[in-house]
Design a protein around this ligand. Sequence first.
Ligand SMILES: *[C@@H]1O[C@H](CO)[C@@H](O)[C@H](O)[C@H]1NC(C)=O
Ligand SMILES: *[C@@H]1O[C@H](CO)[C@@H](O)[C@H](O)[C@H]1NC(C)=O
Length: 275
Amino acid sequence: MFISPSGGPFLVWTLAVQLVLCGVYATDNTDNCKLVYTSETERNFLKQLEPLTKKNFTVVDNKGNESYTYIFQVCGDAGGVSGAGVIQVDNKGKDKKPTVIGMYTATMVIGGSDWVMLIYKNGETYDGHCSQEARTAMIMISCNRKADTGTLVVVQENREKKQECFYLFELDSSAICPVIESKLSTGSILLIIGLCLLSVYLIGGFLYQRLIVGSKGMEQFPNYLFWLEVGNLSADGCDFVCRSQNREESPAYRRAATEPIDEQPEERDDHLLPM
Ligand SMILES: *[C@@H]1O[C@H](CO)[C@@H](O)[C@H](O)[C@H]1NC(C)=O
Ligand SMILES: *[C@@H]1O[C@H](CO)[C@@H](O)[C@H](O)[C@H]1NC(C)=O
């Protein structure tokens, strides 16, 4: 088999292009989040959440005879409420006016190797609980390679305290998983390698046949006779396997065929067989 020595660099180049294409995110919507305390570290954790922006995450929480819908957005207007990162809608309530749980204009972020915790402060004040302080939303976003964008889950509503109450949510997402691994799966890398080798084989073999051996027409394809034989053999195999009735023994076929045609096929086949 003919394999060009330029196969290696070509492969590396193809993979590099793939990786660059996967890694580029031009815009940064997380800039919309205003940090309570300006911090480079928090900003960097926020940037990891870029793939989750511009999306309303919704969850319905039924507890006893209460039913609330929560909507969450990363650095964007949750449910369209200006400045709100998390809102709550009372499904049993008379008016469907949403309660703001936390504002992305008052954001705090902490994080680790494979998780980021978003804290939205300055929500609407509690009516009776928690010394009537402003509500706070906490969203724990954890790496889960199987979850794509993930679904929002209500963990708890902690309001039976004097202060520092919070609403806690959970979101599993592959977006914040450590970036060591490329976005290509092993299967697609093997596929790319296979396609590269095939094209190198075809192009290199074609040039070799044309320029060095000096073939013309169909014979410019590399190993033309070999593939011709493979084609004929698989056709024979298919014929043998797939045909339900043996051609020679089928009386109907025999009767229908006229004599001159009966002999010709064997002659016509002959030139296809390799020497
Ligand atoms: C709803 O549940 C609360 C206790 O959680 C109870 O006091 C109230 O009566 C219930 N309301 C209805 C309409 O069932
Ligand atoms: C989020 O929901 C609100 C209200 O339904 C809608 O106006 C807004 O366009 C949604 N945003 C996205 C990014 O889907």
